[in-house]
Design a protein around this ligand. Structure first.
Ligand code: ATP
Ligand code: MG
Length: 412
């Protein structure tokens, strides 16, 4: 679990601002859920036989009343829970987003942390391929906005439940005839969640996985048309994609469209964004059935990529560092600082005393555009010294009533 220190937080703030504008451009509205939910919610939503529920959840008993609770490992379950609890869904479809910490007890490595951050986007109550495609287009727009290169799109369809059932039986039969090639985890999952075997990262199993029967052959007409519909819109917009029949996603609740955006530049942790359709989830956690589609991005991975690409977020540095010395000057300084802030400027007033020289050093190091310097002489004459700190320029004395104007001239 990482601290994010001020230098890095600058990048996060820039990113969060860009993301908010982007989400609003597609009509998504913010929702904020608690970090803790009943453990049963995640078991029901994510599925008992998944990495998350089997071994990654931070679950604990509330010592005061015995409730079984879990730090959220992902946001979709909480989001759908909130929407049902507050009856948001059945009057109108909802486009929602959230962002924040998620918790998974994984082996920490570059791009994989125990507390990480996601931006999650959920469209609830939409059945057609148009929304699936829109979400993919949205992502493409964000990568462009962030200046990311080398992000590739993979898509697949998981079909509907009847096709999945048929496929499941074929998979079990296939893997049963290759038991010697399965690792312990795959053997354990063979009868509970064989689809997940396709998702295994074990290099020794890749050949056997490559030969497994695909789901495409089992697809029902409706699911096939839906998948075609998604692709038609992607083609219309020139979004390149690869169909990856092994793309099954880690969580149980997906059906039909699934997609991942992957980069080759973050080593094994190359998936920066993953999502798809989950038409069964609302009903599974107690609501009247409603279709839905969503995705989540890992912020740490995205920012790692942004940094690799050398994208420089614009800094929002201080406008003014206020240097002052002397009894009269000290009193005037805090009023001047407040007055400049009233005018919308970013001002750091030197606190803690010290010589002009040492204060000027602080001013130089602060990154401010200019220093406003007040000594008792200036204070007595209702004036300040104005010194540009970037890009040269002479120090000049200005009357108090001209100060704001002069500073604005300087920083524009
Ligand atoms: P992986 O296969 O890498 O474990 P996942 O399928 O568990 O990913 P999702 O649950 O789909 O991941 O989460 C969506 C996104 O959140 C991922 O694509 C990734 O960018 C990010 N993410 C997931 N787990 C972590 C983690 N432990 N640390 C940092 N980012 C993560
Ligand atoms: Mg995972």
């Amino acid at each position: 679990m990482n601290d994010i220190l001020p230098d890095e937080a600058q990048l996060w703030l820039w990113f969060e601002d860009s993301v908010r504008e982007w989400l609003e451009a597609y009509g998504y509205r913010n929702i904020r859920m608690p970090l803790v939910e009943p453990t049963a919610l995640f078991k029901r939503a994510i599925g008992e036989v998944t990495d998350i529920v089997e071994k990654e959840m931070y679950s604990f008993e509330d010592g005061l009343n015995g409730d079984q609770l879990t730090l959220r490992p992902e946001g979709t379950a909480s989001c759908v829970r909130a929407v049902l609890q507050h009856n948001l869904l059945y009057n109108a479809p909802q486009r929602l987003y959230y962002s924040g910490q998620m918790f998974r007890h994984e082996r920490p490595q570059k791009g994989r942390y125990r507390q990480f951050h996601q931006i999650g986007v959920e469209a609830l109550g939409f059945a057609g391929p148009d929304i699936d495609a829109e979400q993919i287009l949205m992502c493409a727009r964000l990568w462009k906005k962030l200046g990311l290169r080398d992000v590739a799109l993979q898509i697949n369809t998981l079909g509907d439940s009847a096709a999945r059932q048929r496929h499941r039986e074929k998979l079990i039969a296939y893997f049963e005839s290759h038991m010697e090639a399965l690792d312990a985890e795959a053997t354990r999952r063979l009868h509970t969640n064989p689809l997940r075997i396709l998702d295994s990262k074990n290099p020794a199993m890749q050949t056997i996985i490559a030969g497994a029967p695909g789901l495409m052959a089992e697809l029902d007409e409706e699911a096939r048309v839906h998948f075609e519909g998604v692709q038609a819109i992607l083609r219309q917009h020139g979004v390149e994609y690869e169909i990856n029949p092994r793309l099954v996603r880690g969580l149980d609740y997906y059906n039909r469209t699934v997609f991942e955006w992957v980069t080759t530049r973050l080593g094994a942790q190359g998936t920066i964004c993953a999502g798809g359709r989950y038409d069964g989830l609302v009903e599974q956690i107690g609501g009247k059935a409603a279709p839905a589609c969503g995705f989540a991005m890992g912020i740490e991975r995205l920012l790692a990529l942004v940094q690799e690409d050398g994208v420089q977020p614009p800094r929002t540095p201080l406008d003014v560092y206020l240097v002052h010395q002397g009894e009269l000057a000290d009193r005037m300084a805090s009023s001047v600082a407040e007055q400049l802030r009233d005018a919308g400027l970013r001002v750091a007033m030197h606190c803690g005393g010290g010589s002009f020289k040492s204060q000027m050093k602080k001013a130089d190091g602060s990154g401010a555009a200019c220093a406003v310097i007040i000594g008792d002489d200036e204070a007595a004459q209702q004036a300040v010294m104005l010194k540009p700190l970037r890009g040269g320029g002479e120090q000049q004395r200005v009357a108090l009533q001209d100060m704001q104007y002069k500073i604005c001239e300087l920083i524009k």
